[in-house]
Design a protein around this ligand. Sequence first.
Ligand SMILES: Cc1cc2nc3c(=O)[nH]c(=O)nc-3n(C[C@H](O)[C@H](O)[C@H](O)COP(=O)(O)OP(=O)(O)OC[C@H]3O[C@@H](n4cnc5c(N)ncnc54)[C@H](O)[C@@H]3O)c2cc1C
Length: 467
Amino acid sequence: MPQNPAKLVVVGHGAAGLAAALSAAEQARGRGVSVDITVLEKSREDEAGGNTRWSPSNMRLDAPDRIDPAFADDMLKICGGRGDISYFRALAEHATATIGWLQRHGVEFITPLYYLSAGPARIQPVGGGGAIIQKLLAAAKQAGVKVRYEYEAQRLVMAEGRIGGIEVHAGVGAATTLDADAVILASGGFQGNPSMMRAHFGPGGESIRLISPGTRFDTGDGIRMATEQGANISGAWDGMHIEPVDPRSQHSAPVVLVYPYGIVVDQHGHRFFDEGGGLMHETWEALARDIHFARPKRLAYAILDSRLFDIDGYARAIRSEVPPVKADSIEALAAQISVPPDNLRSTVEAFNAAATGDPARFDAARCDGLAASSELKPPKSNWARAITKPPFLAYPLVGAIAYTFGGLATSTRAEVMGEQGPISGLYAAGETTGHFYGTAPNAVAVLRALVFGKIAGEAAVEFLQRR
Ligand SMILES: Cc1cc2nc3c(=O)[nH]c(=O)nc-3n(C[C@H](O)[C@H](O)[C@H](O)COP(=O)(O)OP(=O)(O)OC[C@H]3O[C@@H](n4cnc5c(N)ncnc54)[C@H](O)[C@@H]3O)c2cc1C
């Protein structure tokens, strides 16, 4: 054993970073290894917590101690077969033990109600991601982890092929280098970096609204730092989780997820997609992406009638504090949202003429098969009830990004992979890692941040003990 404690630096103060720091501290204590652990966080203390802090942090488990046996296979399916099955198997294998660990640190879990339509089984921490941050931070500090706010990690310093230090910007001063024998990168995705967003999503990528106040800190720094040292990448670089939100709202994540029960039109009053093409969480990404990249003014409107208010629990699916635009006629509604009234009227008339199914079949919770007749273009495959009962309602919708999919390739031990295998002393977890393709697997991002954050902390200490 070297005399001086080994130095472990964790970059980022979200779910992944704090899980890594705490598990490293526990592992070091358990193994009797002296490790000096520092978390670097680029935001101010009062803003810290990244995306995690603003996230309800739903996790795809049947119960805190039970995960669907098909979890890993489902992940692969959602990724269109392109994901790494060993990564998803490791995630499933460690999920319930990680939840038990959080519970031992004071995080309580409930089974939440989902928005409106059915989704995969999930659990949720009481107090959401904020509670995860708070409890893990308190436990990490208690275990001796140091936290440095307003420290922005910028560059890995390598010495003979292994980690030697990390260059940081602290406050307004010049960059300084901190010694490090191992580094865990947990600095989120690149959604808060306009030039990376444009590079990977094309023109318009740079202007996507960020879904929460914590999202802006995730600027791809960890991904860049590791790829500069030859790290491999994984995940879909043009993939992101994006949701339809109300642009008038000042809230974090002001989603409007009742659009499947009405129609969605563009600025010209025309429909452009199948609003009932699947359960809400199967269509929200495609809709939000289409609005941002393909619709005039990057704006659309959900148009509904007052039967929305008869849907049990409808308010769960609207997180905007701003009420909908209301009018007693479709033309008056159109005038208020600056959509040509004649166009909106003919769109609604065409939709109503095709919505000939028995409205008694309407069931907001599942795909009810209440499809519009096949003449309607684009089709509406479920929840096709005529829009007839005033007041008529409109919610403006824009796309807002939560996180990106492209990131670092990591092993099941959270090692950052390079051409020759793991990069010695370098680990990563959470959004900084890739692994997601196609659409976002619902309620998995926080779970994987915690599971692989915890694994990264343990693996880094094992590495430091061996060095
Ligand atoms: C509104 C919202 C709702 C969501 N709902 C869910 C949900 O229900 N279920 C689910 O699974 N997922 C959900 N997600 C996604 C999920 O919350 C995130 O993917 C996950 O929390 C990411 O954790 P992380 O630790 O990887 O990143 P973050 O929590 O974003 O933490 C990254 C940290 O790194 C810091 N950082 C960045 N760069 C540097 C640097 N150079 N130096 C130092 N520090 C740096 C950032 O400031 C930040 O504190 C949601 C996200 C949002 C925003």
